[in-house]
Design a protein around this ligand. Sequence first.
Ligand SMILES: N[C@@H](CCC(=O)N[C@@H](CS)C(=O)NCC(=O)O)C(=O)O
Length: 208
Amino acid sequence: MTIELHTWNTPNGRKISVALEEMGLPYRVVPVNISKNEQFAPDFLAISPNNKIPAIVDPDGPGGKRVSVFESGAILLYLGERTGKFLPTALIDRVPVLEWLMWQMGGFGPMPGQVHHFIALENEQDRRYGLARYSAETRRLYGVLDRRLADRDYVAGALSVADFAILGWAWRHERHKVSFADFPNVGRWYETLMARPGVKRGMEAKLD
Ligand SMILES: N[C@@H](CCC(=O)N[C@@H](CS)C(=O)NCC(=O)O)C(=O)O
C-alpha cells in the first residue's frame, strides 16, 4: 500500500524520498510548506509533534495497522526494518549503520543547518561569530567523513540507510560552502551515490 510522505524540499526531506525510491516502495508526497508554517497545522502535529518534516504514514504497518513515524532517522530505520533493505540484520553489521546514522543526526545536519542560517543573515556583526563557529564544525565533520571513506565505498560496509541520511546533507554542500576538492573521498562517494537511478529519482521527486 502507498506510504504518505509528508515533507518539503530540504535535506532531511530528501533522505526519505531517496530511501523510498531505493527500496522500491510506492509513496505519495504530501507537501508541508514550512515557509508558510504548515508544519503547525493540527493534522500534521498529530503525526509529527515536533513540527518538523519529514514524517510518514504507512497504512499497512506492523500487524496491518496504520502507523505514523516522525524524525528522519527513525523513519529510515523503520523503512529498513519493513523492507529488509539497506539495514543489516546481524548486530555486528548493524552497529556501524547505527553509529553513522546517529553521527549524521547529531552533527552532520544540525551543524551545516546552522551555517545555512548564519550565512543568510544580512547584519555582518550577527553573522560573523555564528558562521565562523558552525563552518569550522561543519568542515571538521566533513573531515571525519572523508577519513572514514578513505578505504571503503560506503560509510558502514554495504550501502545503507546511513549513507542516505548523510547524502541528504552532502547534497547541500555548495550552500554551506564546502568544496569536495578538499574532501576527495567524500566527493567520490557522493558521485557514486548520485549516479544511482534510485537516488536520482529520490533527488528529483517533486517534494513541494
Ligand atoms: N531531526 C529532525 C530535523 C527535521 C528538520 O529540521 N526539519 C526542518 C526542515 S529540514 C523543518 O521541518 N523545519 C520546520 C520548523 O522547524 O518549524 C529530522 O531529522 O527529522
